[in-house]
Design a protein around this ligand. Structure first.
Ligand SMILES: Cc1cc2nc3c(=O)[nH]c(=O)nc-3n(C[C@H](O)[C@H](O)[C@H](O)COP(=O)(O)O)c2cc1C
Length: 249
């Protein structure tokens, strides 16, 4: 089994979201037995790749079908997607969507499609392009943390985009609020408990799908809203009224 992780956090290995991704992969590994099937994981840190923005020239459709005129690391990313059985999109929520460099990577996927106009089968959106390659058996997972107390309602534009890109509900999601708590060592009992649920989600996903019981646990807040928000506000060491640093004098 081949897993491709596209890590869209500029924090690379220090990403909160990547903590969840690693737990999810651990769950996959324990389920299928790493040795038997040989789980291979390839990870791309978008921040370490040279991926320039799409020029909008359509040469990947007209002049050199399937090949972009920009020669950079995007070739490796497309090869990775063709290689993988499971593609994990791991990223922080930035302004209610994916971080800019990851959006650039997504725009650069145009060579993976044919230019023709086709109807959508899932009824989402108003048009579609057929895939150039058979991607039908690949499974996608979106794993993300965000800074507000809950993931609920914050991911609408993320799911709207991926619904159109991958097909309605053609992906699993693990979205978690209060993401910055994953780096607080003193809270590792609670975050560790949550990571165990994520691990279980990975196990269930590879066996079939994340069960409703696990989904409910994934949606539980790490800490109650009021506790989290008071702690988060205090962590900046600033006066809430003035926005100025509180001096230690
Ligand atoms: C530029 C920027 C924009 C952000 N936008 C949001 C947002 O729209 N909603 C939210 O809940 N958190 C937002 N956050 C917080 C991050 O999503 C959060 O800190 C996340 O856990 C970081 O994950 P990472 O360690 O995987 O990069 C933002 C953070 C930054 C730096």
């Amino acid at each position: 089994m081949r897993i491709l992780v596209i890590n869209g956090s500029p924090r690379r290995e220090r990403s909160n979201s990547l903590c969840l991704t690693k737990a999810f992969i651990e769950g996959i590994k324990t389920s299928i037995g790493e040795k038997e099937l040989g789980v291979e994981v390839k990870q791309f840190n978008v921040a370490d790749l040279e991926i320039r923005p799409c020029k909008g020239c359509f040469s990947c459709w007209r002049k050199t079908p399937g090949k972009c005129c920009i020669e950079d690391d995007m070739v490796k990313v497309i090869e990775g997607q063709l290689w993988a059985d499971i593609i994990i999109w791991s990223f922080p929520l930035y302004y209610f969507n994916v971080p800019g460099p990851l959006k650039i990577l997504i725009d650069r996927q145009l060579p993976m499609f044919l230019p023709f106009m086709v109807d959508r089968e899932d009824g989402v959106g108003s048009g579609n392009h057929p895939p150039r390659y058979d991607m039908s058996r690949k499974r996608h997972v979106l794993i993300s943390t965000c800074g507000f107390y809950s993931a609920e309602l914050n991911y609408d534009s993320v799911t709207a985009m991926f619904d159109r890109m991958l097909g309605k509900n053609n992906f699993e999601t693990v979205f978690c609020g209060q993401g910055e708590l994953f780096r607080v060592r003193q809270l590792s009992a609670r975050t560790g408990e949550y990571l165990k649920v994520v691990e279980n989600a990975g196990r269930e996903f590879v066996e079939e799908r994340i069960t409703d019981g696990t989904r409910r646990k994934l949606e539980e807040l790490l800490l109650p809203k009021e506790v989290f928000e008071a702690m988060a506000d205090a962590s900046w060491g600033m006066d809430k009224e003035t926005g100025l640093k509180i001096s230690n004098k």
